[in-house]
Design a protein around this ligand. Sequence first.
Ligand SMILES: C[S@@+](CC[C@H](N)C(=O)[O-])C[C@H]1O[C@@H](n2cnc3c(N)ncnc32)[C@H](O)[C@@H]1O
Length: 234
Amino acid sequence: MSEDQAAPERRNFYGRVHGKTLRASQKTYLAEDLERLSLAGVTVADNPARVPLDVAAITGGRPLWLEVGFGGGEHLVHMAARYPDIAIIGCEPFVNGIAMLLGKIRAAGVDNLCIHPGDVRDLFDVLPDACVAKAFLNYPDPWPKARHHRRRFVTQGYLSALARVMPPGAEFRVATDIPDYVRQTLEEVPQAGFDLLAQTGQGAAWDDWLSTRYEQKALREGRDPHYLTFRRQG
Ligand SMILES: C[S@@+](CC[C@H](N)C(=O)[O-])C[C@H]1O[C@@H](n2cnc3c(N)ncnc32)[C@H](O)[C@@H]1O
């Protein structure tokens, strides 16, 4: 790296990366499919100069969508199958979730989806301005303790990076079951340059919504979903 290039930012990731022992089939999916479906040039190791990605080469000219923290991948695969004329990137560092997604991709046979198996902030670094037409944040980690609220996605570090990669008019959807997360989302997302378009609750999700594992868990445990829709200003 030359002297005038800034060193890539070092970041802490506080979530889980590994969970229960993987099933044999999941190990096979990881071994056979993950590299082919993973975006090159996203990690610092792969792209230390942080050269921006060639989005047209990834999408083939289709609109690009992004899901942050796809968990088990059910919503991501659902969107890819429902909208074959878009390309969608899913980011998720949790290996068990990635393995679940890979099984779902095989079952659905979708080919308009790729993965960054890591922190979305590494992807933000290398996405060009205004290239993401729609973004989804479904049941982000709640970080319930007040001293951990700064780890939430809905803070300016994450949101300003998201805002940079979304053009005016692009849609940003947030689903959460945590009332205090709704509060922080309503405070912070507009500060980053988004207008609130809609806020609904249980039974009134988006027309094309697919309930996720975390939403199912929240419903079983008696918590109410909240659905927030924002539009990038400009
Ligand atoms: C509570 S889970 C929800 C998973 C899924 N969206 C659902 O609704 O079932 C939040 C997910 O966000 C992921 N996550 C947290 N921080 C992230 C980051 N910086 N980049 C990408 N994913 C992240 C976590 O690994 C976790 O799987």
